[in-house]
Design a protein around this ligand. Structure first.
Ligand SMILES: *[C@@H]1O[C@H](CO)[C@@H](O)[C@H](O)[C@H]1NC(C)=O
Ligand SMILES: *[C@@H]1O[C@H](CO)[C@@H](O)[C@H](O)[C@H]1NC(C)=O
Ligand SMILES: *[C@@H]1O[C@H](CO)[C@@H](O)[C@H](O)[C@H]1NC(C)=O
Length: 154
């Protein structure tokens, strides 16, 4: 069983990506779930445009394979496709099959939808970076209870 998550935090025009146990308190209780599905990605709209390279993106796609792509769906399941033109944030990249067990959980959090959580993140990042942080939004993605394809039965 493998559990991976990535958190993208957008503030002051900057993007912070965090993996593993960083921000361990950041466990939203209200999230969407992708499960019982194969080779798929779902889109969320970003509350403000995200600059990545020379483009700005307002949509992110969370894939069953551990990737978040910007602007367009990206569901290649074998990590040998480089170079790729789609911007992706790869928490990991593997051929997960969510048709048995396993889930991809995701949420967009803003000060409007969860002020106390955003304030916790602000306090944490302000303290650890030494400059005042005010989160605009957080994209939280959590791949939970994953198994390799073919080994996904309950
Ligand atoms: C905000 O997040 C906290 C911590 O994850 C959670 O306990 C709380 O229920 C959330 N509040 C709302 C309104 O979703
Ligand atoms: C939970 O999230 C959904 C969309 O992600 C939103 O429509 C709903 O209002 C949220 N519920 C609470 C209690 O925050
Ligand atoms: C997802 O994409 C579809 C088609 O491109 C679009 O109609 C829909 O509004 C998008 N949903 C979100 C949450 O951005």
């Amino acid at each position: 069983m493998m559990i991976v998550f990535v958190i993208l935090i957008y503030f002051n025009g900057l993007l912070v990506s965090s993996e593993g146990n960083y921000l361990p308190f950041l466990h939203p209780t209200n999230y969407s779930v992708l499960d019982d599905i194969l080779d798929y990605a779902v889109n969320v709209s970003l509350p403000s445009p995200l600059r990545f390279g020379s483009s700005c993106h307002t949509e992110a796609w969370i894939s069953t394979h551990g990737l978040i792509s910007l602007g367009t769906s990206f569901i290649a399941y074998i990590p040998n496709s480089f170079p790729i033109s789609t911007p992706v944030i790869a928490a990991f990249w593997d051929d997960n099959d969510l048709t048995g067990r396993g889930e991809a959980r995701y949420a967009i959090i803003t000060p409007t939808t969860n002020l106390s959580l955003c304030n916790q993140v602000n306090d944490y990042l302000s303290t650890s970076t030494g400059s005042s942080v005010s989160v605009e939004w957080i994209l939280w993605a959590y791949w939970y209870d994953l198994c390799p394809t073919g080994n996904n039965m309950f």
